[in-house]
Design a binder for this molecule. Structure first.
Ligand SMILES: [Ca+2]
Length: 165
């Protein structure tokens, strides 16, 4: 359906994406070459930007759901992150932003946890939009990766609607 897209395969793996340092931090949806998407956000590349075009009439009238799944996390300095800074091992804080506005934040999710964000009609801009994933750990060394990224248009019926009881 026009307006909806998915990057990556829902397969509990980040292998279809690329190392963060090997690709630009911004991916333009429509390329469909998943190898152009960075697999995650390490401390050295804290932000990942997914840019996509939305036609005006769809952005104004439709709601969306944005879904992702954290699939792999790790660190090179667990002692510092867990003992000194108090993080839970392999559950690193991250946030998701829509056009610069934070839509979702977490203190950490277990690997394999999916999340879904509601996007209201009019919340997407006509034209280019950007969804940013950000590694929010302070104090370096950790990384987190995603399985897939999906934007689903929530269909609304046209014409007259009859409520059946
Ligand atoms: Ca995948």
């Amino acid at each position: 359906m026009t307006g909806s897209w998915q990057l990556g395969t829902d397969n509990w793996s980040n292998s279809e994406f690329s190392r963060e340092v090997a690709v630009p931090t911004a991916f333009y949806v429509g390329d469909w070459n998943y190898a152009g998407v960075q697999r995650g956000c390490p401390m050295g590349v804290k932000d990942m930007h997914l840019r996509f075009w939305m036609p005006e009439r769809i952005a104004a009238r439709h709601a969306f759901t944005f879904t992702g799944r954290v699939v792999a996390q790790g660190a090179g300095n667990y002692a510092t992150l867990t003992n000194e800074l108090g993080y839970v091992k392999d559950q690193w804080p991250f946030s998701v932003h829509l056009n610069g506005v934070q839509k979702f934040t977490t203190g950490g999710l277990k690997n394999g946890t999916a999340y879904a964000l509601a996007v209201d009609p009019g919340e997407l801009k006509p034209g280019w939009n950007v969804i940013t994933h950000r590694n929010d750990v302070t104090g370096g060394g950790c990384w987190l990766c995603w399985d897939f990224h999906r934007l689903n248009l929530v269909p609304i019926p046209s014409g007259t609607m009859v409520i059946l009881r």
